[in-house]
Each structure stands twice: as C-alpha cells, then as structure tokens.
Design a protein. Structure first.
Length: 465
C-alpha cells in the first residue's frame, strides 16, 4: 500500500472531508493478485460449501448490526437520501442471504452415455467449480449493494475476489470487506484495492484474472473488454435511456407517482432510471400536470436528513453537465414544465422537459441526473419504433389497462426486460438483470452472477458394467 498517496473521500452534498484513504499502487495490487492466484491454484485451500455458508451467515448478522452506520455512510459519500440508503442496506443484507441459499444449487447433472454404442459402459456427470480469481470494478451509485452483487457471489462460489470500489464512494466497500474478514473468510479470499486508473488498468488486463465484473459507463466498459487478457471472462453492466409508454387508458393515479419515483430516485443516478416517457396525446396534459405537481414538491437537499427525497449529484461537474444538456434542449425548442435550474453546486432541480428534439442529448444519451423527458404520441406503433431507435437496450415499461396492448408492446419493445404497470427501475435481486446491445454483457442478479462465476467440469468414468 502506497504511503505517498491518499484519496480524499468527500461528502457528495457539501464537499466536506469524510476520511482519507490510502491508495494502493501497482506493487500492492500485484501482491493481491499473486495471493489470490495462489489460493485458487492450491485446491487444498478451497473452502467447502458448508464453510462458505457459515461465513455468509455470520456476515449477514454483522451487516445487520452495522445497518445504521452503513446507511449514514451511503448518504454521506454517495449522496443517496437516507431513507433510500436504508433500503439499499436492507437489500444488501438480503443479497448475502440469497447467495448463501444459492450455494446449494451449485450442482451439475448426470449425462446419459448409452445413447449410442460408443458410450456404453461409461458413467458421466458434471460438477460446478469456481472460475478463478474475480476482479470486481464497481460504481458509485449503490456503494454497498453493488459491491454485494459483485463480491458475495464470488465468495459463495469459492472464488478469490479483489474489489475496486468507485473513487467517490470507497468507504462502504472498505467497511464491507472488513466485515467479510471478521465473518471468518480466510486471508486473501476477499481483498479491496482502492487505486488510481493506471493501477486498475493493469489489474484488468492481467492474465491472472479469470473473471471481470464491471459496473459503469458503456464507454469505459467496452474499452475494458478490449483490454482483458485472452481467456478472461467478463460481465458488463452499463446504462440505458429507459423508455416508458403511457397508453391513453393508463391509471394515472398509480402511473404518475411510479414514474416520478423512478425518474428522480437518487437524483436520476440509476442505470434504469426513467428518462423518456411517451404519453398518449389524449392524456398528455393531465399527465404533465400531475407529474409537475410531484416534481415541484420534492424535498431536495442534505441526504442525511431523513425527510430529503432528492439528494445531490455525485460531484459538481455532473451538475454542470446536466445543466448544459437541459439548456441545449430548451434552446433547441424543448418545453420546460418544471425545474431547469441548479439549486447549489451539487444539487439540481427535478426537471421535466417536454418534447425535446429526437437528436438532443437528453433524448439519446443517459442523463444520469434528475431529468425526465415527456413526448406526446398518437400512434403507438410509431412510438415503439422511436423507443427502439437507440443503441441501448435495458429495462422498459408500458402502462395500460388493456392486456392485449400490454403484451403487444412488451413483445415489440427492444429491451432486456419490460415492466407492465411498473416503472423501469423496478428490481428484485434474484431476477435476471442485464443490458442488451451496448447496455451490457452477461446477466446480473445473485443466482445468475453465481452461474457466471462457475464453470462446469465433465467427469467420464469408463469400465462401468
């Protein structure tokens, strides 16, 4: 660990120093990799399933004891409102339980061998083995739960894992790894590496890494995929520009609050945040009025205040960017139903844009801020084409009371998942969660990640009479 460099971790809301964290240089990272590789190669040191179950059960208990501490930490370093941070911690604890229970499903199957004469006298079956050293590169927006989704499956599968947290939010990760070790995981099986980009790049391209799990922007993720060593597997979770279709028969009393929550939750800093809302013109103005009533009354400010509903963006530069995108859209003809101004260096008003141009940044790129775009439509077939027009493909939604329209829209929307009468940010941690096309590679969700962190070995036994 380098004595020369420290990372200053600041509160997202006001920039106040929380803690200084030592940065790992390449020499330290190299030692971590060597230790992890040695553990994996020495099969005598592999942890049996019952030990992994015991460790994760203890970890769950330790996390529960520290739940309030984690919640405050998430609010301070990441800017997520405390009420939502508490929910994140609960999800993270449940994620540990899910992984622990899924260990029992890490099993193979018998392969019939006497289907032809060539296989007669043989017995064959598969077993699941850990894939090898896992490198987890995480994002800032869910600084505990994302770590759980990337690290705990590796522990459950028996893989040594090194986790690099986001530079803005390393504290939740560091505390989590401390608890993992306190729960009884032997030294070297789970290591945290807070480092600069050059060190991270060397880690990612190292041939000792068997599996890379990355959560972050598409630009970075696809570039990292080009850098990984031959034989290294990977999963990439990027973002989207989530489309929502609101049909003329939608129940607006339920639809609008759902969309508002998913558009402004965590100041829009969610990979499946509602961004593009296509509303039937027959109800468009009613929809806008209802959404505006919610947006203008949201409490924006200090995330450690339990009453705050929308916190800051992760850093002031992101406020500058969001402000620029909104101003560009308005200058090009978009209407402004609410918001459109910064509140402080770190906070931006919940903003509703009306019919921005199809080629505007807010219509084509992930805003990752508290901005939602509302477009009117007359022809649902045409709007589905518009929803499908981008290179991203993650979660989408349709609100309607017509079951036929629901199924037809779900079938035609180019999305990894389509929610009917629910917002695009809906997720439970045992369901598959994946971006298609430029939105990602591989499948998230605790059981699915565990499947990707194992491989099957076939055993064929001859001489069975």
């Amino acid at each position: 660990m380098s004595d020369a460099k420290k990372l200053k971790v600041l509160q997202a809301y006001d920039g106040e120093l929380i803690e200084e964290v030592a940065l790992n240089n390449w020499q330290a990272a190299d030692v971590m990799l060597s230790k992890a590789e040695q553990l994996y190669k020495d099969r005598g040191q592999w942890l049996p399933a019952y030990r992994r179950i015991e460790i994760l059960k203890k970890l769950q208990s330790l996390m529960q004891e520290k739940a309030d501490e984690f919640s405050i930490m998430i609010a301070r370093e990441g800017g997520k409102p405390l009420a939502d941070a508490k929910i994140e911690v609960a999800r993270a604890i449940n994620g540990v339980e899910l992984a622990r229970e899924e260990i029992a499903q890490l099993k193979g199957e018998q392969i019939p061998m006497d289907l032809t004469a060539a296989g007669v006298g043989r017995l064959a079956f598969t077993v699941k083995e850990p894939i090898g050293v896992v490198l987890a590169v995480s994002a800032f927006n869910h600084p505990l739960n994302l770590i759980v989704h990337q690290v705990v499956p590796a522990i459950a599968c028996g893989c040594p894992v090194i986790v690099k947290p986001a530079a803005n939010t390393p504290l939740s990760c560091l505390r989590f790894v401390e608890l993992v070790n306190k729960a009884g995981l032997p030294d070297g099986w789970c290591q945290s590496c807070v480092c600069e980009r050059d060190t991270a790049a060397k880690l990612i391209s190292d041939s000792r890494v068997a599996f890379l799990t990355f959560i972050g922007s598409a630009k970075v993720g696809w570039e990292l995929r080009r850098q990984i060593a031959p034989g290294t597997r990977c999963s990439l979770e990027h973002g989207g520009v989530a489309p929502v279709i609101v049909a003329g028969d939608a129940d607006l009393s339920k639809t609008v609050p759902s969309i508002a929550k998913a558009a402004f939750y965590h100041a829009g800093q969610v990979c499946v945040s509602v961004q593009r809302v296509f509303v039937d013109n027959t109800i468009k103005q009613t929809f806008i009025d209802a959404l505006k009533a919610i947006a203008t009354n949201l409490k924006v400010g200090d995330p450690t205040d339990i009453k705050t509903e929308v916190g800051p963006l992760i850093k002031p530069g992101e406020v500058d960017r969001v402000e620029q995108w909104v101003n560009e859209a308005v200058s090009a003809g978009a209407g402004l139903a609410s918001g459109g101004e910064r509140i402080s260096k770190t906070c931006y008003q919940p903003t509703i844009l009306l019919d921005p141009a199809a080629d505007a940044k807010v219509s084509t790129l992930e805003v990752f801020g508290p901005v939602v775009c509302v477009y009117g439509y007359d022809d649902i077939e045409q709007v589905i084409q518009q929803a499908n027009s981008l290179s991203v493909s993650f979660q989408a939604a349709v609100f309607t009371r017509d079951i036929q329209r629901a199924f037809q829209s779900a079938q035609r929307l180019d999305a990894a998942a389509v929610m009917v009468n629910d917002h695009t940010a809906f997720r439970v941690d045992w369901m598959p969660f994946a971006g298609h096309r430029t939105s990602g590679l591989g499948v998230g969700g605790i059981p699915y990640t565990m499947a990707e962190m194992t491989h099957e070995k076939l055993l064929v036994i001859n001489g069975i009479d």
